[in-house]
Design a protein around this ligand. Sequence first.
Ligand SMILES: [Zn+2]
Length: 269
Amino acid sequence: MKKFNAFILSFLITCMVVTVSCDKNGDIVLFSINNDISLGQQVAAEIESMPEQFPILDRSSNIEAYTYLEGMMNSILASSSVTYRTEFPWKVNIIDDPETLNAFATPGGQIYVYTGLIFFLDTEDHLAGVMGHEIAHADQRHSSKQLQRQYGVSVLLSIITGGDPGLLTQIASSLGTLKFSRDAEAEADDFSVLYLADVNDYACNGAAGFFQKLLDSNAQTQPEFLSTHPSPDNRVADINAKATEEGCDTTMGADAVSDYDEFKAALSN
Ligand SMILES: [Zn+2]
């Protein structure tokens, strides 16, 4: 028995010190939060070096659009339901590709939103809902865990230390089509509602508006949104049920629509 306790004790100590990391839920993780941040920054640098695949909208000549989108991101990050809101170096990028209806997040909080998605949506509540969903994928470590499953922890660690540039390119290229589990998708939808409920700047079921619009238009999105098992109509129902459970505001403000129109106009210039 003593031996067993000593084993537990040494395990806990290891957890608190260096060899093994624990996340804020107390779960032991082999790939730490700092690893998430490093991998995210390396992937972001790789994405930046691939302008043909990822034409990132220049910040200095699109100040108005970036100010708007960063304001939205920071508003959502004010939610106390975001676990790593102060630890992750959150950053949002706009990919200038009006044909692509997608958004994605790297581990460690680098968010990418395609102009195709921005133009497709009608109100900022819908975009805030999608952004909340992407923030949740990074914050709940879905992206990190999915990559760990796909490539293995040791391979990912070797990428961070510069060991496999080819694989880094592969990960950067495929992140927008990373397939999450049904549970991860449902969890990201739920957190989107929770974040928006906390900050009270947007209709808390904004993500449902996005999926409803998909249903109404028969638009083809990228797999980040299509590959998921809860079908869009189930997701609309689930997101609305979560909003009812939270008792949060689901009204869409008229002013918000014109702000969003100005944002879209700034992007079209
Ligand atoms: Zn997702």
